[in-house]
Structure formats: C-alpha cells, structure tokens
Design a protein around this ligand. Sequence first.
Ligand SMILES: Cc1ncc(COP(=O)(O)O)c(C=O)c1O
Length: 344
Amino acid sequence: MNDLDRLVRPNIAALTPYSTARDEYTGGLGTFLDANESPYDSGFNRYPDPHQKQLKTQIAALKGIDPQNLFLGNGSDEAIDLLFRVFCEPGRDEAVAITPSYGMYSVAAAINNVTLREVPLGPEFSLPTEALLAATAEPRCKLLFLCSPNNPTGNAFPRAELLQLAESFAGITVVDEAYIDFAAEPGLRDALPEHPRLVILQTLSKAWGMAGLRLGLAMADARIIRLMSMVKYPYNINEAALRTVSELLRRPIGEQVREILRERARVAAALPALPCVERVYPSDANFLLVRVTNADGVYEHLVRAGIIVRNRNRVCQCAGCLRLTIGLPAENDRLLTALADYAC
Ligand SMILES: Cc1ncc(COP(=O)(O)O)c(C=O)c1O
C-alpha cells in the first residue's frame, strides 16, 4: 500500500465516478442527442466540459505545471471541502490548522463532521512548527492546513519551515497561497515534484480580480488531482466562467498588483501617525492587519462614514485588530481621512 492509498477514504478509493454523456464520445463535432440538452442555441445550451481541458491547459501554462497536476474548483473553497471529503472519514479522522487563519478550514471541517485541532501561531505570528508536528502526530490526522501569506495576519511563513512540515507530516499538507501574488517571495509550486503529499491552493479571486467568477486552483501530485476530480460535481465550473476566465487571463495584471503594493506601503506608512492606530503589522498580502485603540468603536465609526472593513477584534491573537483591504488610491485616502477623524 503506498502513502496515498493509506490516506484516502476507502469509499472514495473504490468510487466509480459519474460518467457524463460526453465522456463516452471522443470524436469531434457531431449531432449531440445524448445529454437531453435543448437543441436551440442560447450560447449556453450545451453542458460545459467537465474536465475543463482548454482552461486547464491555459492556466497550467501560466503556472508552469502539467495540466494533470491542476484541479479547478468553484473557488478554492470547493477544493478545501473536497480535500475533507476525499481524505477524512466523518466522525473519525481529524485535521489540524493554524489559528488565526482563514475561516473556511473550520467551517468545512464542521460540515464534514471532522474534528479540526487549531494550533495558535507563535510570537509575532510565527509558524508554531513543533506544536504543529505534535498535533499532527496522531495517525487519524489526515490534513494540515497552512496559509501563507496568512489571512488575517498578512505574513508569509519561511519556505523552509513550510516544506519541513510538508515533509515531516505523514498526511496531506495544504498550503493556501490565495495572496501569493502580493508576496515578496514566490510560492512553493516548484517544490511540488519532491513533495507528493503537498497541495497548494491558489485563487483568481484576489490579484486576478475574478472573485465574482469563482475559480480556485489546487496544484498537487496527479493522483491527488484525480481523486479530487472524481469527487467534484461533474460540471463544477460553468460555461460562462470557463469563457470569461479564459478571456480575462489574457490581460496583464502586473501593473495593478504593483499599484496595490505601492498603496499598501503608502497606507502602512501613513497609519502609525493616526491617534487611533497602535500597531500596523507587516503584510505580504493585499490587506493590512492594524491594532487600534478601540476596534469596535473604530469599526462603527468607519461604517458611519460608509467604509466597510473587517473587524477581527474577537479573533484569537487579533484582539483590537481591524483588517483593511488595500483599495484604489482614492478609497485608501477616504479610509485614512475617516480614521484621522476618529476621536480616541
Ligand atoms: C486564505 C484564503 N483562501 C481562500 C479564500 C477564498 O478563495 P475563493 O474565492 O477562491 O474561494 C480566501 C478568501 O478570502 C482566503 O482568504
């Protein structure tokens, strides 16, 4: 039994996935009377490609990987849920995540009836490597969720520490790189060939500006990708998304990303001068975590000014903190002006 066979739920290993009408026909153009679709052209009367061959080829080329190492999901949230469904036996297996981090790891765990053990970050939001190794030592622990750059703390973890964890943990290490396009260092993609139990998540919702289209990526060993593809809904990416994403990927986003980075530096430099700001944490993402004198009060003040930020006051290790997304220069100016107006 190889590593992966030991980790996959037996019912998933034995699964015969749904075979779509078009899977059984491999020719080109034909008279399609197989899928009970409408024959009248609406632009969308045909089912989309369940294997997303064209978009996968396009994204794989962009990422410098083989399409067989790429899974496309309805947001990275779909990939997170699928990893639980592929690897964790409900009510029996467990997973580990850092805290504070992205909220969907614990929601997906709860939906799948999987116990998620959350390990607090170390000083200055550092990776608690030893505590994570201890928490994942249990054989029932199948998944480890790491997020780098981390949401909501904004910091990226050292590559060597992430890879050491992926190597030492006998289960599947998931590194969520949703914000990697804003980070100073590149992600772990090039390390995939030497780490067969590593899954990297990315998304088109952030730097690529396609949150409304819902397109998330998982990159991993081809066997993991095959398992996730077997379990997903056959048509998880709709035709409108397939076409629009393909089109929008052709536009360059480098200048937008550079402007967000310039604005992040400008806002981070301006904030400490404001009376309500106590601390601005370093960020490798498109947001800043900021500790203020009275998080709930500042949050309400901003809402009254028509500015919505994320209040993280009640999140572990983030007492007193707001998470501020970097917007357009004029939006950031509005935020700074409103914060300066807050009477401490
Ligand atoms: C760390 C992290 N991962 C994933 C997501 C969600 O990505 P998607 O829009 O692809 O579901 C977010 C969204 O805020 C996030 O912060």
